[in-house]
Design a protein around this ligand. Structure first.
Ligand SMILES: [Zn+2]
Length: 234
C-alpha cells in the first residue's frame, strides 16, 4: 500500500488511485479549492510519483495555480496537470497542462501545451481532442508547404491525404498522384516534413529509391540525407 500523502515543495498532495479507464502510466495533479491530489494509473510506482511531484514542472504548476487562485477566487482555484502525458509537436516535446474552461482550446507556448477544456473531459476525450489538433496543425503545414515545393520541383500532386497509418511516413501513387502522409509526421520538425513532401513529389517521376530518384531529390534538396536521418531517428 502506498502512503496516502506525499509532500512536495511544502505542499501536501493526496494520492488517489485513478479510475479503471485511466492510462496505466498516467499521473495527473489537480488542485481543487486548497487541496492537491495526484491520480495515478495502476502501473505507476511510488518512486515515480515522488519524482514527478518533485519536478520543476510541478513546482511551476503549484506556483502558477496559486498565483491564479489569489488573483481570481473563482475559476483560478482549479488546476490540473498531466504527468507522463506529453505532446510532441513539430519536433519538440511539451508537457501538457490542463485548465478548466467551457470550450476546449489548445495554446502552445515555448514551455508547455496548455489545454483548456471542461473538467468533465475524460482522458479519452483529452487524447481525442489533442489528436484532432495535431492533425489540423499538420494539415495547415502541408497546405502551406506543398504548393511551395510543387513550384520548386514542377511536380504536382493531385491531392494529399493525411492517414493514420504508422508503417510509413509517406506514400505516393504515381498514376493518381495522390500523396499520403502519415499523421505521425506532425511529431517531426518542419525540415523533416519538408523533406517528406519533396520525397513523395519526386516519386511522381521516379519509382523506387534508385540513383535517378536520389539525383532528382538532391537537385531540389541538397541536404536531403541529413533530413532523412533526422526523420527516421526516434
Ligand atoms: Zn519513397
Amino acid at each position: 500500500m502506498p502512503r496516502e500523502i506525499l509532500v512536495a515543495f511544502g505542499r501536501e498532495v493526496k494520492l488517489v488511485p485513478g479510475r479503471a479507464n485511466m492510462r496505466p502510466t498516467s499521473m495527473i495533479v489537480r488542485r481543487r479549492g486548497d487541496t492537491y491530489t495526484l491520480s495515478y494509473g495502476r502501473r505507476v510506482s511510488f518512486e515515480s510519483m515522488k519524482s514527478f511531484l518533485n519536478s520543476e514542472r510541478v513546482k511551476r504548476f503549484f506556483e502558477r495555480t496559486e498565483e491564479k487562485a489569489q488573483k481570481n477566487a473563482g475559476a483560478g482555484k482549479r488546476g490540473i496537470m498531466y504527468g507522463g502525458k506529453e505532446f510532441i509537436y513539430f519536433g519538440r516535446t511539451y508537457p501538457v497542462r490542463r485548465e478548466a474552461s467551457e470550450k476546449p482550446s489548445l495554446v502552445i507556448t515555448s514551455a508547455e501545451a496548455v489545454l483548456s477544456c471542461p473538467d468533465s473531459f475524460t482522458d479519452e476525450e483529452v487524447s481525442a481532442y489533442l489528436k484532432e489538433r495535431l492533425r489540423a496543425a499538420l494539415k495547415d503545414f502541408i497546405d502551406e508547404r506543398l504548393p511551395v515545393w510543387e513550384n520548386a520541383t514542377g511536380l504536382k500532386a493531385s491531392r494529399y491525404i493525411i492517414t493514420t497509418v504508422k508503417s510509413y511516413w509517406g506514400k505516393m501513387f504515381a498514376d493518381t498522384r495522390v500523396m499520403r502522409i502519415s499523421d505521425k509526421a506532425v511529431q517531426k520538425s518542419a525540415e523533416c516534413i519538408d523533406y517528406l513532401i519533396v520525397h513523395e513529389l519526386v516519386h511522381i517521376r521516379h519509382n523506387g529509391h534508385g540513383r535517378a530518384f536520389r539525383q532528382t531529390l538532391a537537385k531540389y534538396m541538397p541536404d536531403w540525407k541529413e533530413r532523412e536521418k533526422k526523420l527516421k531517428s526516434s
